[in-house]
Ligand binder design. Structure first.
Ligand code: ATP
Length: 295
């Protein structure tokens, strides 16, 4: 790939006490592509997301946006970053305010970020956002979050993220709290957004099967480090790191329906305890277009 990355973590570490929640993590996101960050609970995935969302500042290394270090960004650059980089959370119940209508949730970011729009233009924009996430505006605008299903709520979260015309979306386990029957719809929606809007997506999950469904590239995180990365099919077809092999062993058939695979992967912690994994050792499977060589 030759296009410049939109966003990158460059050799970033984040330490809590003695624990490296992230250690020398480097990766980049490109428009129109999804990078899956895969690892079990506690591996550092959410820390990586928080570093990108600027909830944590790196102890070492830097966050780059369009090549510029965010550590030195001024107010204007920070504002641009905040609308360019949006997050979709695991729990669509917790991320919407029960006291406000769906219209309010989508109108608010438009009011804050596109101040030149008239009320009528904002209303049209809200309708367009709902249509984009395949919900019926006439039916849903006046409703409150509790009147919606989990899948509909997650669609609203995605619409709200899209309201500010982002270039990057970080989706942290966006389907894990949803009914199995609606997960595929959300994953398809993420794939559509990537293709139609050219978004760069970071898809965070413990579930290799859904990762394979949405992402071209995969990064495996273990104990705060990226231990393996590369093209999705190349890594899954020929995993080099014992931890990747272990993650995959919980999904013996990668073509299996992701819902079944997800359940099996929830047993990964048990498997890990039984098999006494070696200390993380970084394996580079190939020169790769989206990640800098590890030191
Ligand atoms: N604010 C914090 N204070 C102290 N330790 C933290 C903090 N945030 C994360 N950690 C530690 O850093 C490590 C990585 O945590 P992190 O939440 O990033 O993992 P994760 O892969 O996202 O797990 P999960 O899937 O359960 O969210 C863990 O050992 C965790 O206990």
């Amino acid at each position: 790939m030759t296009d410049a990355p939109i966003l990158a973590l460059d050799n970033v570490s984040k330490v809590f006490g003695e624990v490296y929640a992230a250690r020398a993590v480097s990766f980049a996101l490109h428009s129109g592509r999804t990078l899956a960050l895969v690892g079990e609970s506690g591996s550092g995935k959410t820390t990586a997301a928080r570093l990108i969302m600027r909830e944590y500042t790196p102890d070492q290394g830097q966050l780059l946006f369009r090549g510029a270090p965010m550590g030195r960004a001024d107010g204007k650059a920070l504002k641009a970053y905040r609308s360019s980089v949006q997050m979709v959370f695991q729990d669509p119940f917790a991320s919407l305010n029960p006291a406000h209508t769906i219209h309010y949730h989508l109108d608010r970011p438009l009011r804050l970020h596109q101040r030149n729009l008239t009320r009528a233009q904002r209303r049209a924009a809200v309708e367009e956002l709902l249509q984009r996430v395949k919900l019926d505006p006439a039916q849903l605008m006046a409703k409150f979050p509790h009147e919606l299903s989990g899948g509909q709520r997650q669609r609203i979260s995605i619409a709200r993220a899209l309201a500010v015309n982002p270039q990057v979306i970080v989706a942290d386990e966006p389907t894990s709290m949803l009914d199995v029957s609606v997960r595929l719809g959300i994953l398809n929606l993420l794939n559509d957004m990537k293709a139609q809007l050219g978004l760069a997506l970071l898809y965070i999950t413990h579930d290799i099967a859904t990762a394979r469904y949405v992402a071209e590239d995969i990064m495996v995180m273990y104990a705060g480090q990226i231990v393996e990365w590369g093209d999705m099919e190349a890594v899954l077809g020929n995993p080099q790191h014992p931890y990747t092999r272990l993650l995959l062993s919980a999904v013996p058939d990668p073509d299996k329906r992701f819902s079944e695979a997800g359940e099996e992967l929830s047993q990964i912690e048990t498997i890990r305890r039984q098999s006494a994994l070696p200390q993380p050792e970084i394996v580079r499977i190939a020169d790769n277009h989206f990640i800098r060589p590890m030191p």
